[in-house]
Design a protein. Sequence first.
Length: 86
Amino acid sequence: MKTKILTLIALGCFVSAACKKDDTTQNTKEETIEIKGKLYTIDYLRSEMARNLQVSVDSLIYNKEDTTFTIRPYLDGRISALRLFN
């Protein structure tokens, strides 16, 4: 009887572990923006904005609502990603 219960518990653990959803694919998807017909990743745009504005990459905050970046010390002003391509 104990063997059957332990076997059922082990089987239940195995089945629940096998049915877990793989979350690694969701984390690897990078967010992109289309500018003038080309797709750019947010990380690429952030690094280019940092290089052009001569600020650190960590100081740029991406705003999804209007696709702009804000420099952390200057939270009142927003800079458009389109500025890179003009």
